[in-house]
Design a protein around this ligand. Structure first.
Ligand code: ADP
Ligand code: ZN
Length: 645
């Protein structure tokens, strides 16, 4: 993740460029060519033993038979017989026939004894003259071709091996030396001399996360305090959050605050190699760390090694599993009081093997989200500090302009702005430069990382406000906890969060209110902008599922009746347990139900248009609104009293 640190880049110069395999293909081609060229002439013509025994020999075509290595029979045809054989005639007509020399045919046999036997049989029926002419010899041969055929795979293997070695070994010591580095971890170490000089001050926002890692710092500084009291020492801490939100930074700052060495390695570094190497790197990493204890090991992208075992796309990946097992063993192998603490970062805690999350391993999780408005302003403050800026540039203004940006992108914006200003030979960076920089960063990241244009932000604000208003005024909706337009995860651009009621049985009205609330986003978009967007896809999916469930599973539709086609094992996925007419009816009723709900939602929102506008504006301004904020804006929740019952 962290491309900003010069140290990292120096230590693994290869890591950026993936090896290209073209020249291996070239090598293979050359070997194949050599193999073909060294083949004896004219032996492309394979014949079956039957043709040989029942045709060629009796007819007297054959001059000489050579049995090579008891395996291959080479057949030499008499000069005057060659013309009688079609294959050679054709070859000669084309001008491609090179030799009367031969061998002209060859075939493989499985047993030399049986070949001899059969040959004797056939020979015994020949005329004495033909019998005399037929020469039969045996040869043990180490042909060049044989050797090459034998060696080629090895040569190839050696080349491939050397190649990968070079890639794996890191940049130290020239091609020769690299081979010996293979099992060593290439963790970048920030030791006493290159000590991390990042502290918590460099990490803006993330207050809760900082609070949590402070305990780690405390322990590393003063382990006795903890062990004396018999307290449990954290061993592994998992930092969970999207890329660029400062996980690496926080880990480094932890080491910086505690004044201990910092080993950093990426999960993908473990697995890109061959069998056994990943595991040996883990071993080496922990060995080094133990020597330098107290210290911090940081493993970025731990999901690359830590994916749940045996669930991969390709059934299983033994190498990765070995590496993971080794990691588990190492983590169990030292008790926390040795002073080695492992921090790991991931964006996908859900794919991690549960063994990793067990007590004594990464049993602590700190979640790091993309920053909100205030957080972004704080991060801007940190990154603006070293810059010369105009007076009208403020962190708050910039935070306003950068919804959805993570820390890494903010750092990038500041850097780009400085470059823009420098190009224009200004003495200070102006707001215009920041605008340009933001545009550039948005352009570069549009696809990769969700970044939202101001117009989109408005649509999202109304969409989420629509959900929230429905939840606020519908009698049976879940009470709202908060609503935000800070993008989260891969799918959601914003979301409204509710406190689900603890209940297992729902009444029809509740489900219908739920449906309205889910449709609230699209309805608001239509009301306000007269247009609908793709942003509601997820909502519609939910609504459709719910509607079908109500009709076909819960028997909540009058026309379809009190029936349930619940099919938990999905056995009937091809044959539906109802007639085609019923299927039509179901589709129709589902459509009607959704349409009715949608109309109802639109009516509600039209009625509460004022509140909708107020909410959306507040969201645009503050990005996140809690229940109390909503109360202040639009009055108390309509059904609050009912909930108390
Ligand atoms: P991650 O490891 O979560 O992908 P990094 O820690 O590598 O993200 O962050 C990349 C860069 O983004 C950092 O080097 C820093 O410049 C900037 N950054 C991210 N979060 C913050 C933050 N909270 N405060 C200050 N800078 C940040
Ligand atoms: Zn929605």
């Amino acid at each position: 993740m962290d491309n900003n640190s010069g140290q990292n880049e120096q230590k693994s110069p290869n890591s950026g460029s993936k090896f290209n395999f073209y020249w291996i293909w070239g090598l293979i081609a050359i070997l194949l060519l050599a193999y073909v060229l060294t083949k004896p002439n004219n032996v492309d013509n394979k014949i079956s033993p039957t043709t040989f025994f029942e045709n060629f020999v009796p007819k007297g075509y054959v001059q000489k038979i050579v049995l090579v290595n008891d395996q291959i029979v080479e057949v030499y045809i008499k000069k005057d017989s060659i013309d009688k054989l079609d294959v050679f005639k054709k070859l000669r007509d084309k001008g491609g026939f090179m030799g009367e020399i031969g061998p002209h045919y060859q075939f493989q046999i499985s047993s030399a004894d049986r070949f001899d036997e059969r040959l004797e049989q056939v020979k015994s029926k020949l005329s004495p003259k033909l019998k005399d002419e037929l020469v039969y010899t045996r040869e043990a041969r180490n042909s060049f071709r044989g050797i090459l055929g034998f060696l080629a795979p090895f040569v190839l293997l050696i080349f491939v091996w050397m190649f990968l070695m070079r890639r794996v070994g890191g940049g130290v010591g020239g091609p020769g030396g690299q081979i010996f580095n293979i099992g060593k971890s290439k963790a970048s170490l920030y030791d006493k001399d290159t000590r991390v000089n990042i502290t918590f001050e460099d990490v803006a926002g993330l207050d809760e996360a900082k609070e949590e890692v402070k305990e780690v710092v405390d322990f590393l500084k003063n382990p006795k305090k903890y062990t004396a009291l018999g307290g449990k020492i954290p061993k592994g801490v998992l930092l969970v959050g999207p890329p660029g939100t400062g996980k690496t930074l926080l880990a480094k700052a932890t080491a910086g605050e505690a004044q201990v060495p910092f080993f950093s390695m990426s999960g993908s570094d473990f697995v890109e190699m061959f069998v056994g190497v990943g595991a040996s790197r883990v071993r080496d990493l922990f060995k080094q760390a133990r020597e330098k204890a107290p210290c911090i090991i940081f493993i970025d992208e731990i999901d690359a090694v830590g994916r749940a075992r045996g669930k991969g796309f390709f059934q299983s990946n033994d190498e990765r599993e070995n590496t993971l097992n080794q990691l588990l063993v190492e983590m169990d192998g030292f008790s926390g009081d040795k002073g080695v603490i492992i921090l790991a970062a991931t964006n996908r805690p859900d794919v991690l093997d549960s063994a990793l999350l067990r007590p004594g391993r990464f049993d602590r999780q700190i979640s790091i989200d993309k920053p909100d408005l205030v957080g972004r302003a704080q991060i801007f403050k940190v990154h603006l500090k070293p810059l010369k800026i105009d007076d009208d540039v403020t962190p708050e203004k910039l935070a306003d302009l950068t919804p959805g940006f993570a820390g890494a992108e903010i750092a990038n914006v500041c850097n780009e702005a400085a470059l823009f200003a420098a190009r224009k030979e200004k003495t200070a960076i102006g707001m215009k430069d920041f605008h340009d920089a933001i545009d550039r960063v948005i352009g570069g990241l549009e696809k990769k990382n969700k970044i939202i244009s101001p117009h989109e932000k408005e649509i999202i604000a109304y969409h989420e406000a629509g959900h929230a208003i429905c939840g606020w005024y519908l009698e049976n909706a879940h009470p709202l906890l908060k609503v935000t337009i800070i993008p989260r995860g891969v799918a959601a651009l914003g979301y409204a969060q509710y406190i689900p009621k603890e209940q297992y049985i729902y009444r029809t009205e509740q489900l219908l209110d739920d449906m309205c609330m889910t449709l609230g986003g699209r309805a608001a978009e239509e009301l306000v902008f007269g247009k609908i967007s793709t942003g509601a896809q997820n909502d519609l999916q939910k609504v459709t599922q719910l509607a079908y469930a109500m009709v076909t599973v819960y028997g909540m539709n009058e026309k379809v009746g009190n029936v349930s086609f619940y099919d938990p094992s999905n056995e009937n996925s091809f044959t539906k347990p109802y007639s085609d007419e019923t299927a039509l009816l179901i589709d129709e009723e589902v459509r009607k139900m959704i349409e009715k709900s949608y109309q109802r939602t639109k009516e509600l929102l039209t009625d509460k248009r004022e509140q909708l506008e107020a909410l959306a504006k507040a969201l645009l301004e503050r990005e996140i609104l809690f229940k109390a904020d909503l109360e202040a804006l639009i009055g108390p929740m309509a059904h609050e009293e009912k909930l108390a019952e």
